[in-house]
Design a protein around this ligand. Structure first.
Ligand code: KG4
Ligand code: ZN
Length: 354
């Protein structure tokens, strides 16, 4: 049976909608970001994000339907991110989804944003121009390496709906570390893509940075971030109390590139070595990389060279926040007979965990 889902995502600064068939075929994906409005603040401002979601959510949904050439009559269900995320941002998506489900008499299902990142990898056919996906969907048991701005987790999925968190970050998420290093180096927000761009022209072995001593599958990135700060201070010949915001103007372009490359290389090594340990212990059939940092080329390169099995990566636009992943997870939850959400009472869960 064919089932068409409309996905809605608004957990942070992206307002997104997408139309996905049977959790696997992408018909459209629209992402509007309020990123530019946050850039001058160096991070997401929750009030600005929520206000921006209100302004664009209905046009974004309509655009997703138009791009897919679908009308409301052809949509079977709505999937919406209910958490984790910024409360005000989540509220806009959930209240919109609830209202549309009532008006158009559609089924509604609330999904977990972090789990949804993994499901971006289940989209194995794209009818939407410009989005390229792997044609081979992952198989269970699968090891998910979830690396985003808010989460860094190793999760073993035994089947749809059954998973086991093996480890997670004890402090900063890896994307957060990228964003903070970018700030120190005076590179534009968001930090991931800009650190990665600078790193392309740097030497990843220029500096040796420390790796955290934590339990095998857990992560810690705050020490690495501080090590980068100390390194940058030493490079400009200053002491530990030299303010980080003044570093960028004192560092040469070559120093910035080498710091960026060394940081990126070390961060990827930390993730890949832990993923390999989990792989060797649990013998999953597939490994998937999920979340915004999954767009990182150095991380992808190291994963490919470390694992014996072929690893399929999805389009970078499906790694960062989007609604296609939400629609995909929603479909598999419904197909798995998980309970639907009540459009009159679904609430947001800002601290939802896996
Ligand atoms: O998954 P995501 O879009 O939002 C969260 O759920 O957190 O992840 C955003 C994070 C940001 O920290 C951003 O800097 C990082 O993903 N990111 C990258 C790259 N593209 C985005 N980090 C490293 N390399 C990239 N190419
Ligand atoms: Zn995300």
């Amino acid at each position: 049976m064919v089932m068409i889902l409309l996905g809605i995502e608004s957990s942070c600064d992206e307002t997104a909608a997408a139309v996905v068939e049977n959790g696997t075929t992408l018909h459209s994906s629209v992402v509007a970001s309020s990123l530019a409005l946050h850039a001058r603040h160096g991070g997401v401002v929750p009030e600005i994000a929520a206000r921006s979601h209100i302004e664009v959510i209905l046009p974004v949904i309509q655009q997703a339907l138009d791009n897919a050439h679908y009308t409301w009559e052809q949509i079977d269900a709505i999937a919406v991110t209910m958490g984790p995320g910024l409360e005000g941002s989540l509220l806009i998506g959930v209240m919109t989804a609830r209202t549309l489900a009532i008006i158009h008499n559609k089924s509604l299902i609330g999904v977990n944003h972090v789990e949804a990142h993994v499901y971006a990898n289940f989209i194995s056919k794209s009818l939407f121009p410009g989005v390229t996906v792997s044609t081979k969907p992952p198989t269970f048991p699968l090891l998910a390496v979830i690396v985003s701005g808010g989460h860094t987790e190793l999760v073993l999925f035994h089947s749809h709906g059954t998973h086991q968190v093996l480890g997670q970050t004890l402090d900063d998420a890896v994307g957060e570390a990228f964003d903070k290093v970018a700030k120190m180096l005076g590179l534009p927000y968001p930090g991931g893509p800009s650190v990665s761009e600078a790193a392309k022209h740097g030497n990843p072995r220029a500096f040796s940075l420390p790796k955290p001593q934590v339990s095998p599958y857990d992560f810690s990135f705050s020490g690495l971030k501080t090590a980068v700060l100390r390194l940058a201070q030493a490079q400009v010949g200053e002491e530990y109390d030299f303010p980080s915001i003044k570093l960028a103007e004192r560092l040469s372009e070559a120093q910035k590139r080498n710091i960026a490359a060394s940081f990126e290389h070390t961060a990827a090594e930390i993730i890949v070595s832990k993923a390999k340990k989990a792989f060797d212990a649990y013998h999953p059939k597939s490994v998937v990389l999920a979340g915004g940092v999954a767009a990182n080329n150095e991380l992808r390169r190291q994963l490919i060279s470390t694992f014996d099995l072929p690893i399929a990566f999805t389009d970078p636009v499906l790694c960062t926040d989007n609604a296609a992943m939400v629609a995909s997870l929603g479909y598999f939850q419904i197909a798995d007979q998980q309970p639907l959400s009540d459009p009159f009472s679904l609430v947001v869960a800002p601290h939802l965990s896996l």
